[in-house]
Design a protein around this ligand. Structure first.
Ligand SMILES: C[S@@+](CC[C@H](N)C(=O)[O-])C[C@H]1O[C@@H](n2cnc3c(N)ncnc32)[C@H](O)[C@@H]1O
Length: 132
C-alpha cells in the first residue's frame, strides 16, 4: 500500500512531470466545449494537478477534488474545492457534475466497480468521464 498521505510534497514537486505535454493539450481540447461554470470532479485528485492543468485553459470552470489523503490535497490550489473522501463513496448528490476526471488514480482504488458506479451516479445525464 502506497503511503500517499505522506507523499504530498513529492507529488507537488514532481507530479506534473509524469504527464506529457500532449496529455495536457488533449485535456484542454476535451474541456473546450463545456459551458462556463460547468462542474468538474477530480477523483483521486492527489495535489489536484489535473485541476491545475484544466484551470490553465479553462479558469471559468468549477473544480472539485476528492481524495482520502489530506496530505496530498493540502497542496491543491485555492480555486479547487477539496473533500476528503474515497471514490467508492462520493459525498455528492446524484447528477452533480458535468465531467469526472481520474489521473493515474483508478488503479489505486480499493473497489474499481464501486468507484465507477459512483462516478456514473454523480455525473449529470450526458456527462463525461476521462481517465488519464
Ligand atoms: C498516483 S496518485 C495520483 C494523484 C493525482 N491524480 C495525480 O495525477 O498526480 C493516486 C491518488 O489516488 C488516491 N486514492 C487511493 N485510493 C483512493 C480511493 N479509494 N478513492 C479516491 N482516491 C484514492 C491516492 O490518495 C492518491 O492521491
Amino acid at each position: 500500500m502506497i503511503p500517499f498521505n505522506h507523499l504530498g510534497i513529492v507529488f507537488n514537486t514532481f507530479g506534473s512531470f509524469i504527464y506529457p505535454r500532449s496529455v495536457r493539450t488533449e485535456l484542454c481540447t476535451f474541456l473546450q466545449p463545456l459551458p462556463s461554470q460547468s462542474k468538474v470532479l477530480d477523483i483521486g485528485a492527489g495535489t489536484g494537478i489535473l485541476c491545475q492543468f484544466s484551470y490553465e485553459c479553462r479558469e471559468d470552470l468549477n473544480f472539485v477534488a476528492v481524495d482520502p489523503a489530506e496530505g496530498m490535497m493540502k497542496y491543491a490550489k485555492a480555486y479547487v474545492q477539496t473533500h476528503k473522501a474515497s471514490a467508492e463513496a462520493l459525498p455528492f448528490e446524484n447528477d452533480s457534475f458535468d465531467v469526472a476526471m481520474m489521473g493515474e488514480s483508478l488503479h489505486h482504488f480499493r473497489d474499481v466497480d464501486e468507484a465507477l458506479k459512483e462516478t456514473v451516479r454523480v455525473l449529470k445525464s450526458g456527462g463525461e468521464a476521462v481517465y488519464i
